[in-house]
Design a protein around this ligand. Sequence first.
Ligand code: MN
Length: 408
Amino acid sequence: MPLIESWVTSANSAETPFPLNNLPYGVFSVGDGPKKLGVAIGDDILDVELVCDAMPVNSDVLRDPRGWNGLMELGSTAWSTFRTALTHLLSANAPARPDALVPQTHATLHMPFTVSEYTDFYSGRHHATNVGTMFRGAENALSPNWLHIPIGYNGRASSVVVSGTDIRRPWGQLKGPNDEAPRWAPSQRFDIELEVGAIVGNASNGPISVDKADVNIFGYVLLNDWSARDIQAWEYQPLGPFQSKATATTIGAWIVTAEALAPFRCDTPTRQKPLLPHLRDTGPMLYNIALSVTLNGEQIAQTNYREMYYSAAQQLAHHTSSGCPMRVGDLLGSGTISGPERENRGSLLELSWGGKDPLMLADGTPRSFIHDGDTLGLHGAAEGDGYRVGFGACFGTVRPALEDPFRG
Ligand code: MN
């Protein structure tokens, strides 16, 4: 499919992340004005409330204070009908409605939806192998279950923030050398994880198939799972990460729908061991999305979402397999997405090999983990023929730890 032309001329460039082929959903405000639902198109945002007469949904949905949850609740058929109406409204042969546009440079972006619950997976094979090698040695890098189930943990919806939110360096119990007594201090090994988050748009109550899970995913966002490695190394056994991952998780401000990504579907990598039947691939459910990480504007890694070993549909099917109910607005982090080479690593832990082999920045300084004042950015786009479907940047700046919060 080629670029679809719009009357919004900035949407017709091969470089814009937001052509008519994309139509990502966000929430914005201008000045002291209210939060409003918007759709990115070229350099602008379409204020959907101002075109509600042309939209095939109740106008309450387009004024939902929770964000895009209301549209999700209408179900998959309505998602598609709504997108078709938007495409017609913004296409080159429709009457222009410049009165319904706001320049992105004038807008502040907010959480695009209300997160019901948040789960984070560990489904990137290169990442799991790298981290397992560092934490447990090469022989025990992948636990015996890893090639059979998408490993995950239940995170905190309360910790999810939108791109642009400052992140405060956390305090925690830090592992001492050689399992000596831990100490209480600000994390010295604060890190990012480059991930893609899948948003559940249809609720379910009981086990669902991989095919059904695929249909239930409304869209995707970039996701940075901020991680305190020194807290994590001490606390993670035997129940997994806890405070090391609870400070914040940043998501991108734009939800790119599964429909917009459909032309970029691809298969998961070759299975090393056959999956049990209920988790087997039934079609291409991963996506070819180029991803990169910047540190203070300098690119330090680039990889691709297709490196995932499990698709979001497989993760969601597995999540429901015990009968776990899923809600509209549940967020599933993919797990850190690394690739086979050093420059493909999606965390500083891997890029600096635990601090043993620091990354060399362009100015010649070695770097292992995040410094106060650093701005970390995640970027992603699927590359089409003469157009791209972009996510917009997902960034956050790390601020110094506060004074000891327990010193009275
Ligand atoms: Mn993670």
